[in-house]
Design a protein around this ligand. Structure first.
Ligand code: RB5
Length: 150
């Protein structure tokens, strides 16, 4: 079941290490007819991932985009930055099963990919799983409700 919401675009962000994979994912989304907002970066020139992660996180929290897809070299820097936002549940995924569980159990609202450690084919397969897996709710809802720092 698709998690995409009518009239809401997917949000993408990356640093320079994730720029090329971001382009590949955007091409894939276009081929699937999925609209997106690109929060940058817009080249392979060295940059700082928080400059792109924070605007993307704010837009996800505001419901302006959903879900987010974020990419840096390892996925850690951009994922750590995203998870500073109380409304963000950003999940670093390098296998399809991790992405599936991040959706089913954690209701992850941002998929984080490690560009330097997975192939483009693997990344697209992970994107597919993430976009097509529903949250299970129930006991998992209780747990994610306890995540935000009051
Ligand atoms: C950039 O060289 C690299 O540090 C960044 O993409 C990311 O892996 C940091 O967590």
């Amino acid at each position: 079941m698709s998690i995409l919401k009518n009239g809401v675009k997917v949000g993408l962000c990356s640093d320079h290490a994730g720029y090329e994979l971001k382009n590949i994912i955007e091409g894939y989304l276009e081929a699937r007819g999925i609209e997106y907002v690109d929060f940058g970066t817009h080249s392979t020139e060295s940059c700082d991932y928080p400059d792109y992660a924070h605007p993307c996180a704010l837009a996800v929290e505001a419901g302006q985009v959903y879900p987010g897809i974020a990419i840096c070299g390892t996925g850690n820097g951009i994922g750590m930055t995203l998870n500073k936002h109380q409304g963000i549940r950003a999940a670093l995924c390098w296998e399809e099963d991790i992405a599936r569980l991040a959706r089913q159990h954690n209701d992850a609202n941002v998929l984080v990919l490690p560009a330097r450690f997975i192939s483009p084919e693997k990344a697209l397969s992970i994107v597919d799983v993430f976009l097509d897996t529903a949250f299970e709710g129930g006991r998992h809802q209780r747990r994610i409700d306890k995540m935000p720092v009051k």
